[in-house]
Design a protein around this ligand. Sequence first.
Ligand code: F6R
Length: 242
Amino acid sequence: AEIIIVKNAEAAGELAAEAILRLVARKPDAVLGVATGSTPLSTYQALARTVQAENLDLSAVRGFALDEYVGIPVEHPESYRSVITREVVEPLGLTPSLVHVPNGRLDGIQHAGDEYEAAIRAAGGVDLQILGIGRTGHIGFNEPGSSLASLTRTKTLTEQTRIDNARFFDSIDDVPTHCITQGLGTILRAEHLVLLAFGEAKADAVAAAVEGAVTSSQPGSVIQLHAHATVIVDEAAASKLA
Ligand code: F6R
């Protein structure tokens, strides 16, 4: 992977946003892989600023989220559908029907993974996938032990990830225990991976992903199998790189 160390999340967001804008300039209906959580926010904010300042039309851009919780209603403000709508679709002026999030509703959950894979294939695949990384080393919600070839499916969240995501909910008990996530195999099919990580809490996961063995116990390490992966980190997240 290409490793870029920047001062802070804002600088990283500018770089990631530039890559996305270059892609969209050449392919107005580009397929963006979008992540939730805190990490990509500076990217979305940088994009939104440029969209506003230059009056860009991103309405043909298509999107696929990495994951969704299972067991909370899609209307819940912290469902990833709600988060993607609020943080990506609305500020960037994307077309809601062109932005897909895995279906975490219990009815139909058996088919939701296959349907999501089919939708990604029908779109011609993801052009640029934004990734964060969890302290457990997960990308998407592929927790340690995920098959390197996995496709979109339901998974159990680790206790660590539920603790880390409790900040978005009233209490840890409200954090769902299950999710549906693109697999590591799904993520590897994207044309370009852009992995972002900030802060010391991510330093071990970043070092394992970038320099460790490729192993399902460090799911982020699959980026080493990808021919075009860019890792943008701040100094704290880079602090355990050799
Ligand atoms: C989000 C996702 C997760 C997060 C990761 C880091 O869609 O799939 O892998 O990217 O948990 O979360 P933050 O950015 O909140 O530290």
